[in-house]
Design a protein around this ligand. Structure first.
Ligand SMILES: [Zn+2]
Length: 304
């Protein structure tokens, strides 16, 4: 019984984006971009392809990080003074960041010079080791923004984001204040990245199951002890998903060797388990669909 939205999308959630970040870090940090090619104009928004190519030319990839589901490729500009490595010379203020959002089907590939370029390759970065970093996106919802590092926090899509789940700002008090101000159901509120960051449809369901809280409960009505349980569950479920062994399936050199959503399937306790026995109590997992999304919960462990 696979609900239709999963078959269609397989959108990457935060743990998968984190693994893409780690894989990119291993592959391309320290490499210099000798040339780049944009084959899908809308991918880079208002930036002209010529300006984009010029800014990236001879930039060195100084690091790869993440803010929400934005992948941040940090670029140090070329150093005009000979003999010194650009990454070491660059001042942070000069750093450019290529902020990439995978959306539904965006994928990075790390290809050899003679590998065939797969379909839907919309951006190609030629690296100084004769390899290519390719951005491929079948459904074309992916986004690339080239911004100065110092203005990154202010760009649309990033400025609105709630604190990182593993950061110091995501404290219990923070979650309490967010829930206190909302009359929405938890399943809706937890998906709002401007309030609680990191949970998509899968991990919202999993976090609520771990905290033994009913997804249809109204946020403002949650008791203090339940908010504390939910806070811990959010952190734990994301940390566990990131450290789960099935995540090794994200491999930039195997373009068709993985798809988003499938990588963590083994790990899910309620998501896509409608009708299966609950791992805690044996009751049948239930599913409710609305707005094209499914919510999964155990009717016994997660009573209203
Ligand atoms: Zn149960």
């Amino acid at each position: 019984m696979i609900p239709p939205e999963h078959k269609l999308s397989g959108m990457p959630e935060l743990p998968e984006v984190e693994h893409v970040v780690r894989a990119l870090r291993r592959a391309v940090v320290g490499r210099t971009i000798v040339a780049s090619e944009i084959r899908l104009r809308k991918l880079i928004g208002p930036t002209s392809p010529a300006a984009f190519r010029r800014k990236l030319k001879n930039a060195t990839i100084a690091g790869v990080s993440r803010r929400g589901k934005f992948i941040l490729i940090e670029l140090a500009p070329p150093d005009r003074s000979a003999g010194i490595l650009p990454a070491k010379r660059a001042l942070p203020a000069q750093l450019l960041v290529l902020a990439v959002h995978l959306r539904m089907t965006g994928k990075f590939l790390y290809l050899n010079a003679d590998d065939d370029l797969p379909k839907h390759s919309h951006a190609i970065f030629y690296l100084d080791n004769d390899r290519r970093l390719v951005f491929r996106d079948q459904r074309q919802f992916g986004v690339m923004k080239l911004v100065a590092a110092k203005s990154l926090a202010k760009i649309k899509g990033i400025i609105e984001l709630a604190p990182e789940p593993f950061g110091d700002e995501f404290r219990l008090d923070y979650l309490k204040s967010v829930l206190k101000r909302s009359r929405r159901s938890l399943k809706t509120l937890l998906l709002d990245q401007t309030k609680v960051l990191g949970l998509g449809n899968i991990y919202a369901a999993e976090a609520l199951f771990r905290a033994r809280i009913n997804p249809f409960k109204i946020a403002t009505q949650l008791s203090s002890s339940r908010v504390a349980r939910l806070h811990q569950s959010i952190i734990d479920v994301l940390a566990d998903a990131i450290s789960d062994s099935s995540t090794s399936r994200i491999d930039l050199e195997q373009p068709d060797g993985f798809s988003y959503g499938e990588a963590f399937e083994r790990f899910w306790q309620v998501y896509e388990r409608e009708g299966e026995p609950c791992v805690n109590c044996g009751a049948k997992i239930r599913r409710a669909a609305h707005g094209g999304r499914s919510t999964y919960w155990c009717p016994k462990c997660q009573r209203r």
